[in-house]
Design a binder for this molecule. Structure first.
Ligand code: UD1
Ligand code: CA
Length: 462
C-alpha cells in the first residue's frame, strides 16, 4: 500500500433481525465474534491504531470483545444509519488524507485478499475510490448497484426505496468501501435522511461523490459467499459453515488429514502440525495447538490445550486448558477438566478425570480415577478406582505421589497427602497419613474367613 489508510468498521447496530439481547457483532461464527473477523481483514491493510470501530449498542461489551490491541473506538449514541455511523468516526481519526476503508461490521466472511484488491483498485482509480460489488442469486435486502455509462457507480439504491426495475438488479453492495478520504469528508455533510427510513445512508455517498466529480469504481468479486452480511441466525449458521470449511481446508493444505472435514469444528486460531490426523466430529476450540503426527479421536472436544508432537487422543476426550506432552495418550472418554499437565509418554485412560494435576512422564492411570490438585511423579501407576479426596467441603488440598509409586485399585487418598517414591498402596485402602518412600501402606479392614459358613446356611434352609 503506497498511501496511508484509515479503516472504519461499523458495529453500532443492534441487529433486530437476530432476535437477540446481544449486539449483532458479538455473535460468533467460526470461533470468533463477527466483529473480530472483520477486524482481522482490516488488519491486513492497516495498523490497529488506524482502525476505528464505531460502537453503539452494548458499546462496552463490544469494546471488551475486541481482541486485537490498539484498536480505536468511536461512539454512535443513536443509530441513525450507516452514513451517520461513519460520520461519528471522524473525531477518532488522525488523518483525513489518503484512503478511507469502511467495512460493515456484520460481514465476517470478507477475505483479506479481497480487502487488499479493493484498496489497490481505489489507489489506482483515484476519483472517489472504489467499492466491492457482487452478483447475488437473490439480492433481496441488499443495496443495488446502479452503474453509469462509464461503468462507475451512479448511485446505490436501498431495498426500501427501489423501483421494481432497480430491485431486479442483482449486482449488490456488500458493504466494503475504500473511499478517497479528502472528498469523502468534504461532502459527508451532504447526506440527507432517507425516505422512508429516515436514516443517513452511507451508500448515498457514491452518488454524492460522483456528482462532485469523484466517481466511485465498482470492484466486482465473483464469489458472493464471502460477501454475505449477517442479519439473521440462519445467515450466522451459513457463515459458520463457510468459516469452518475454510479453516479445515487451510489445515488440509498444510498437511493435516481430516476425515469428514464437513463434520469438524475448528476455531480460527487453532494450529495443527503436519501429518496429524483429525477424525470426524472433533472440536478444536480457542487457542488449541496440536503438534505434528498426532491423532485426535472422533468426538473429542479440546479447548485451549497444548498438544505436543506424537500425542494420541482416543475418541471422546474432553479437555480444557490443559497440556499433553510428546508421546502421551489420552482416552477414550478421558476428561482433562482444567490445568492438567500430562508429561511425556504418560497414559490417561477411560473415565479418568484430571483437575489441576501434573501427571508425570510414563505414568499411567488407565481406568476410572479422579485425580485433583495432585502432583504425580514419573512412572507412577494409578489403579482403577483411585480417588484423590481433595475437597473437605471448604477447602481444596494437595496430593503428591512421588516417582515410581504404585497405587492399588480402589484407593481413597485423603488429602493433604504424600506418597513417597516407590511406595505401594494396597488395593482398597483409605489412606489418610503420608506414606514413606518404598513402604507398603494398607488401609483396609482385614479379611475374615469363616469356613463352611455358606454350606451350613444352605443346609439350615432345607
Ligand atoms: C447495508 C447497506 C446495503 C448493503 C448491506 C450489505 C446501507 C444504507 N445499506 O444494509 O447497501 O447491501 O449493508 O450487508 O448502508 N450500523 C451502525 N449504525 C447504524 C446502522 C448500522 O453502526 O446506525 C452498522 C451495523 O452494526 C452493521 C452495519 O452498519 O454492522 C450495516 O448495517 P445494517 O443495518 O445491517 O445494514 P443493511 O440493512 O444490511
Ligand atoms: Ca447487514
Amino acid at each position: 500500500m503506497k498511501e496511508n489508510l484509515t479503516a472504519v468498521i461499523l458495529g453500532a447496530g443492534l441487529g433486530t433481525r437476530m432476535k437477540s439481547e446481544k449486539a449483532k457483532v458479538l455473535h460468533e461464527a467460526g470461533g470468533d465474534t463477527i466483529l473480530n473477523h472483520v477486524i482481522r481483514a482490516a488488519l491486513t491493510v492497516t495498523a490497529p491504531e488506524r482502525i476505528v470501530v464505531v460502537v453503539g449498542h452494548q458499546a462496552d461489551k463490544v469494546k471488551q470483545s475486541v481482541r486485537a490491541a490498539g484498536i480505536r473506538f468511536a461512539v454512535q449514541a443513536e443509530q441513525k444509519g450507516t452514513g451517520h455511523a461513519a460520520r461519528c468516526a471522524r473525531n477518532a481519526i488522525d488523518s483525513e488524507d489518503g484512503l478511507l476503508l469502511i467495512l460493515n461490521g456484520d460481514g465476517p466472511l470478507l477475505r483479506a485478499e479481497t480487502v487488499q484488491k479493493l484498496v489497490q483498485a481505489a489507489e489506482a482509480h483515484g476519483g472517489g475510490g472504489a467499492l466491492i460489488t457482487t452478483e447475488l442469486p437473490d439480492p433481496t435486502g441488499y443495496g443495488r448497484i446502479i452503474r453509469d455509462e462509464n461503468g462507475t457507480i451512479a448511485c446505490i439504491i436501498e431495498q426500501k426505496s427501489g423501483t421494481p426495475e432497480q430491485l431486479a438488479i442483482r449486482e449488490v453492495n456488500p458493504g466494503a468501501y475504500c473511499f478517497r478520504a479528502r472528498p469523502f469528508w468534504s461532502y459527508i455533510d451532504e447526506l440527507r435522511p432517507s425516505v422512508p427510513a429516515q436514516e443517513f445512508y452511507l451508500t448515498d455517498m457514491a452518488e454524492i461523490l460522483a456528482r462532485h466529480g469523484y466517481p466511485v469504481l465498482p470492484v466486482a468479486v465473483e464469489d458472493y459467499t464471502e460477501l454475505l452480511g449477517i442479519n439473521t441466525r440462519v445467515e450466522l449458521a451459513t457463515a459458520d459453515r463457510i468459516l469452518r470449511m475454510r479453516k479445515a481446508t487451510a489445515l488440509m493444505l498444510g498437511g493435516v488429514t481430516i476425515e469428514h472435514p464437513e463434520t469438524v469444528t475448528i476455531d480460527i486460531d487453532v494450529e495443527v502440525g503436519a501429518d496429524s490426523l483429525i477424525e470426524a466430529n472433533v472440536q478444536l476450540r480457542g487457542t488449541t495447538r496440536v503438534g505434528s503426527n498426532c491423532r485426535i479421536g472422533t468426538g473429542s472436544v479440546i479447548r485451549n490445550c497444548r498438544i505436543a508432537d506424537g500425542v494420541t487422543v482416543l475418541p471422546y476426550v474432553i479437555a480444557d486448558d490443559s497440556a499433553l506432552a510428546a508421546g502421551a495418550c489420552a482416552g477414550p472418554f478421558s476428561r482433562l477438566r482444567m490445568e492438567a499437565e500430562v508429561a511425556e509418554n504418560a497414559h490417561i485412560g477411560n473415565f479418568v478425570e484430571l483437575k489441576k494435576t501434573k501427571f508425570g512422564a510414563g505414568a499411567k492411570a488407565n481406568h476410572l480415577a479422579y485425580l485433583g490438585d495432585a502432583t504425580i511423579g514419573g512412572e507412577v501407576n494409578i489403579g482403577a478406582g483411585t480417588i484423590t479426596c481433595n475437597y473437605d467441603g471448604e477447602r481444596k488440598h494437595p496430593t503428591t505421589i512421588e516417582d515410581g509409586a504404585f497405587i492399588g485399585s480402589n484407593s481413597t487418598l485423603v488429602a493433604p497427602l504424600k506418597i513417597g517414591a516407590g511406595a505401594y498402596v494396597a488395593a482398597g485402602s483409605t489412606i489418610t497419613k503420608d506414606v514413606e518412600a518404598d513402604a507398603l501402606a494398607l488401609g483396609r479392614a482385614y479379611q475374615v474367613d469363616k469356613p463352611d459358613w455358606a454350606r451350613k446356611r444352605r443346609e439350615k434352609k432345607r
